[in-house]
Each structure stands twice: as structure tokens, then as C-alpha cells.
Design a protein around this ligand. Structure first.
Ligand code: SAM
Length: 314
């Protein structure tokens, strides 16, 4: 079972502890919008958030008994605080129809406590992206969250559609600029690493040719496969974005890289603020909170069964 019902009647996606890093990264980035762009700029732009893999909207880590907001709930919290909230577009999809209905209802219930404009759809990603592109106000900033379980669930064609959706706008001096959607992608580097010899999976996910895949396969044998994969993806997306992505590697409790979060944005403000103001804080959280708890989980796992009650709350 990959979900549980809480005492409050709401459902939670059951997640491993390491996934909290992904949500903390997103929370920090959303704070850049709600606390800095939304508060300090004279003319606050409207902001849409599009979460195409919203799932249950909130998470529960059974291992340590902690619950926290998922990508959809974090996005709702951000827009609720933001000075000029636009649309929150959520898509969730599940081959199991009963679960899909429960997920949809759960998202409705979560959103009911926020005062924001929202739309929820339940479509496979290839259809959801077209509906979302129609609904989003691309003249203004849009943030797209792409958080699949595996590389096969996020085909390159979907990413390409979003990145290609540029719009022109004039600044206050009359200069013309191009605006592209901001995208946070969870690139499943550990799965891609395992599938590195599978041409269909790698090409279909990274949007590269057979020739480029062969070079990638060779490079991966002689070096750090994760960075070879991330570099290839960043290179592919550099066709759309002038600035390199902000990268964040999510590590499992033994220090292994599970997946890589990549944030593509050409906004100067986004880059400056993220690097100069917010990410040092995030690193601090990661060092203090995450590594402490991760060590405790490893310690707990190594204990004899009779002592398994020992956890971070004791
Ligand atoms: C990693 S979970 C998303 C977790 C969520 N973003 C969070 O952190 O709160 C991935 C989700 O993708 C959904 N999914 C799987 N295949 C999909 C597809 N073809 N199209 C859209 N969603 C899909 C799954 O049902 C699952 O809910």
C-alpha cells in the first residue's frame, strides 16, 4: 500500500524519509516567491503553479512517524501567501480508478482550506500537459512541477512542450523580453543509471539521439554516471534556457544519490535570490536537520528488534 488514512480522515502518500529533502527544497524556493518577489517588488506579477504529478498532496513517513505537505499542498500554501496569486493547476493520475477518485477527493479537501483559484484534473501526463498549457497564463510567471516516480512517466515530449511555450513581454522601459515557464524537474537519476544501456528509456527521457546516447553510455562507464546524465539533460534544456539549472542532489540515508532536482529558470531575480539568500539557509537545514535525522534512522535500523522503539522522539 502506498498511501495511508490519517486520523483527520485525509489520505497521505507513504514516502521514504529522504523525499523530505525534495519538499524542503521546493518549500524554500516557493518562499522566494511568497516572501521576496511577492513582498518586495513594487509591481508584483501574477503567479500560476502547475503541479502535474500532484498525487495525494501530502506525505507520511511511517518509518519515523512524521507527516508533511507534498508538492500540491506546498504550492497551495505559497499561493495563499503570495500577493497576486494566479491559478493552482493540479493533475493526478493513477491507473487504479478507485485510488484516482480518492486522490482527486483528497486534493479537493486539502484545497478547501485555501482561498485560491484552482483546477484539478485526472489525466495521463500527455493529455494533462495540453490542458495545463491552455489554462496557464503564460504572459506572467508560471512554475511547473514535474515529479514522476520514474523516467518513463516523464517523456521528453512533455518537457519540450512546456519549455517551448515562450511569450514576449515588455518591461517598464519598453524593452522586449522572452518569458519561459520555470520548471522544477525531479530527474530520476538512479533509475536512469540502472537503465543506461536501454536506448529507448534514455533517449525517450532525455530527448537525445541514438548517437548522443552511445556517447553518454561510454562516458557513464568511465565516470560519475549521475553527473553525466544530469549534464546531458542540462545541455538538452540549454536549447531553451540561457541560464544553467540550479541543481540539488537528493541523497538516501547511506549517502547514495536517489534523484536530482533541477530548477530551470531564466529569471535573474530567481537565480540571484536563490543563490545569495535562500540556498545557504537550505544547506543549513540540510546539515543540521536532515543529516541528524538520517543518522538516527540508520542507527535505529541497526538496533536489535527489541529496541526498535528508539526513534528521534525519545
Ligand atoms: C512521486 S509521485 C508525486 C508526489 C508528489 N509530487 C508529492 O511530492 O507530493 C508521482 C505521481 O505520478 C503519478 N503518475 C504515474 N504515472 C503517471 C502518468 N503517466 N501521468 C501522470 N501522473 C502519473 C503517480 O500516480 C504518482 O502519484
Amino acid at each position: 500500500m502506498n498511501y495511508v488514512k490519517g486520523n483527520n480522515g485525509l489520505y497521505y502518500e507513504v514516502v521514504p524519509w529522504h523525499s523530505k529533502q525534495k519538499h524542503e527544497f521546493l518549500r524554500h524556493y516557493l518562499n522566494v516567491w511568497s516572501e521576496m518577489v511577492g513582498n518586495h517588488s513594487k509591481s508584483v506579477p501574477s503567479l500560476d503553479i502547475i503541479d502535474l504529478y500532484a498525487s495525494w498532496g501530502q506525505c507520511s513517513c511511517i518509518e519515523i512517524g512524521e507527516e508533511w505537505p507534498g508538492t500540491a499542498a506546498l504550492a497551495a500554501e505559497c499561493l495563499n501567501r503570495y500577493a497576486r496569486p494566479g491559478l493552482l493547476f493540479l493533475n493526478t493520475y493513477n491507473a487504479n480508478i478507485e485510488e484516482l477518485k480518492l486522490q482527486e477527493q483528497n486534493l479537493f479537501t486539502i484545497l478547501a482550506s485555501f482561498n485560491i483559484k484552482s483546477k484539478i484534473v485526472t489525466l495521463p501526463i500527455e493529455e494533462a500537459v495540453d490542458v495545463a498549457l491552455n489554462e496557464a497564463n503564460l504572459q506572467y510567471p508560471t512554475l511547473w512541477l514535474l515529479d514522476p516516480y520514474g523516467p518513463k512517466q516523464l517523456p521528453w515530449s512533455v518537457v519540450e512542450k512546456i519549455c517551448s511555450s515562450k511569450r514576449q513581454y515588455k518591461d517598464k522601459y519598453g524593452n522586449l523580453h522572452t518569458r519561459r515557464p520555470e520548471i522544477m524537474i525531479n530527474l530520476m537519476t538512479s533509475s536512469l543509471q540502472r537503465e543506461i544501456h536501454n536506448q529507448n528509456v534514455v533517449c525517450g527521457s532525455l530527448g537525445i539521439s541514438e548517437e548522443q546516447w552511445k556517447t553518454l553510455e561510454q562516458k557513464s562507464c568511465s565516470g560519475n554516471t549521475t553527473s553525466v546524465i544530469v549534464d546531458a539533460y542540462a545541455e538538452r534544456l540549454s536549447q531553451f534556457y540561457e541560464k544553467p539549472p540550479i541543481r540539488f542532489l537528493v541523497k538516501g540515508k547511506h549517502g547514495n544519490i536517489v534523484y536530482s532536482i533541477l530548477l530551470f529558470t531564466d529569471s535573474d531575480a530567481g537565480h540571484y535570490v536563490t543563490k545569495v539568500h535562500k540556498m545557504p539557509e537550505f544547506d543549513k537545514w540540510l546539515k543540521v536537520e536532515w543529516s541528524k535525522s538520517a543518522e538516527e534512522i540508520v542507527a535505529k535500523k541497526n538496533l536489535p528488534k527489541s529496541q526498535s522503539f528508539l526513534d528521534r522522539f525519545n
